[in-house]
Write a protein that binds this ligand. Structure first.
Ligand code: NDP
Length: 290
């Protein structure tokens, strides 16, 4: 029997990085400095530290200066807000992102609101989320933008299709649903209070899983020939006692029925980083009106 076509996010992300590197090479002499991205990390959550290292490596690869700060978990809300203010005012910083989650006791929402909206590389400031709701230009959140870019690159038809998004977080579920709506899909958002989840997902032409539950989307929940986008990144210990990353989709079985599927790792994860770099370059260009 046939199996689904794999949507190779890693390959597309590399292609985007190559284009960004060339664009930066061209712009830098004109602007007089490279683009700068400040990744603010607090504490030492190992998953966050790995994501931050990965983002900084990608910055170096395309020629974006990493101007990040790694702060101890004892950092106060006031100190963090002051750091954000100084990054807002720093002319060499084009993008600012706060790596989430923050240690207990720190309020991420109020901090995200102190980021200058034009430097909001993660697109999570209420102003940028508002632009998304209104269908206006603005910095878009990276993971949802990565999902859309991958679909567009593969020329997967969205208009008129039924898209089902499982998950409604501000980070992923809600913005990806809005972007699919903007692309003229008919959109359903399912979540932990949706009864008959399998019935809903089975009606999806495009299914986006952004839940954080390992392999919860099983083959019987997927319509034959559906496009399956797996945003989840979950660490599990498999039967042989080895630790590995899996998505929210039961990849090995779902690939037997889907037409397209994203792998984990190598799907939406690298696309997210590529969109972060792209947002930083967009802000660099906007701030210098080039
Ligand atoms: P959240 O925990 O913030 O949101 C999870 C969502 O899933 C919630 O809306 C929740 O519903 C819903 N949900 C939970 N259980 C069920 C269930 N049994 N049935 C249906 N819906 C359910 O997670 P995030 O959105 O931040 O992340 C989701 C996943 O994506 C995680 O695995 C995360 O690691 C990954 N991720 C990957 C990124 C990437 O770069 N690829 C970037 C960001 C996240 P309710 O609202 O009702 O509680």
């Amino acid at each position: 029997s046939s199996t689904a076509k794999i949507l190779d996010g890693k390959a597309l992300a590399e292609q985007i990085q190559t284009q960004l590197r060339q664009e930066i090479e061209q712009l830098q002499p004109q602007i007089g400095r490279p683009p700068g991205l400040a990744v603010v990390m607090v504490g030492d959550n190992p998953a966050s530290a790995a994501y931050v290292r990965n983002k900084e490596r990608s910055c170096a690869h395309v020629g974006i200066a990493s101007l990040g700060k790694h702060l101890p978990s004892t950092t106060s809300q006031t100190e963090l807000a002051e750091l954000i203010q100084s990054l807002n005012q720093n002319e060499t910083v084009d993008g600012i992102l706060v790596q989430l989650p923050l240690p207990a006791g720190l309020d991420a929402d109020s901090l995200l609101q102190t980021i200058a909206p034009e430097k909001d590389a993660d697109g999570l400031h209420p102003i940028n989320l508002g632009h998304l709701v209104r269908g206006e230009p603005g910095l878009r959140s990276c993971t949802p933008a990565g999902v859309m870019r991958l679909l567009e690159h593969e020329k997967i038809e969205i208009a008129g299709k039924h898209a089902v998004v499982v998950g409604r977080s501000i980070l992923v579920g809600k913005p990806v649903a809005l972007m699919l709506l903007e692309a003229n899909a008919t959109v359903t958002i399912a979540h932990s209070r949706s009864p008959n989840l399998a019935e809903i997902t089975r009606s999806a032409d495009i299914l986006v899983a952004a839940v954080g539950r390992p392999q919860m989307i099983t083959q019987d929940m997927v319509k034959p020939q559906a496009v399956v986008i797996d945003v989840g990144i979950n660490r599990i210990t498999d039967d042989s006692g080895k630790s590995r990353l899996v998505g929210d989709v039961d990849f090995e079985n779902v690939r037997r029925v889907a037409e397209y599927i994203t792998p984990v790792p190598g799907g939406i994860g690298p696309m997210t980083v590529a969109m972060l770099l792209e947002n930083t370059v967009l802000s660099y260009k906007n701030r210098h009106q080039v």
